[in-house]
Design a protein around this ligand. Structure first.
Ligand SMILES: [Zn+2]
Length: 208
């Protein structure tokens, strides 16, 4: 068997409201136009598109496998040779795997992606690289370090309209941990995109 090339890792990172899923699905659409087989992976915590679709705020949508854990990524079968058609239920080993909301999967996503790359599969990953309090949000920073290509998107600051590399959580100090967790999953109105200056100003005044 001819030795195959390893896959390439492309990362789309940024804060909330930066259009990461939109960019991911744009790439999926282009690859499919080119005749490539793309498997789209989401996380069960992302309920925007229901249990079997990924959707964006602008209405783009595609069928997706919504997983709970990175270990549920299918083991690549391409490396096993001609018998790979006997493999899992997915009819074709994908040329590309596109993973959205990568931050939900945690650090175990890194070895799961490496296995795909080793098997010659291209991996496109989108996710939050920054937490609501401005820190690195793993595993995105690690994936960005490993990637052949990184695209860092910004949102638009809700205060001044400048490029926003951050998002802030707007939640009352008295909110319970459960309310905070629920907001983190579905509550877009609880977060705002902020530029560096307006994140700093809000942090100084004690908000967020
Ligand atoms: Zn601003």
């Amino acid at each position: 068997m001819r030795p195959m090339e390893a896959g390439r890792l492309h990362v789309i990172a940024g804060p909330m409201f930066a259009g990461k899923t939109e960019e991911l699905l744009r790439r999926v659409h282009r690859a499919r136009l080119a005749g490539l087989v793309v498997e789209v992976i989401g996380h069960r915590l992302d309920s925007r598109g229901g249990t079997d679709r990924l959707s964006t705020h602008t209405g783009r949508s595609t069928p997706a496998r919504m997983l709970e854990r990175a270990e549920q990524l299918r083991l690549p079968v391409r490396a096993e040779g001609p018998d790979s058609s006997d493999g899992p239920d997915f009819p074709l080993t994908p040329d590309i795997i596109a993973i959205d909301e990568a931050q939900f999967f945690g650090p175990s996503l890194v070895p799961a992606i490496e296995a795909q790359l080793d098997a010659g599969i291209q991996v496109e990953v989108a996710g939050l690289c920054v937490t609501y309090d401005g820190g690195p949000f793993e595993p995105l920073p690690t994936l960005m370090a490993m990637a052949e290509e990184v695209v860092k998107l910004t949102a638009v600051c809700t205060i001044c309209g400048a490029d926003a590399a951050f998002h802030m959580r707007l939640i009352a100090d008295g909110a319970s941990a459960l309310e905070a967790t629920a907001a983190q999953v579905g509550g877009i109105e609880s977060y705002q995109a902020r530029c560096r200056r307006h994140r700093r100003d809000a942090a100084r005044s004690g908000a967020g």
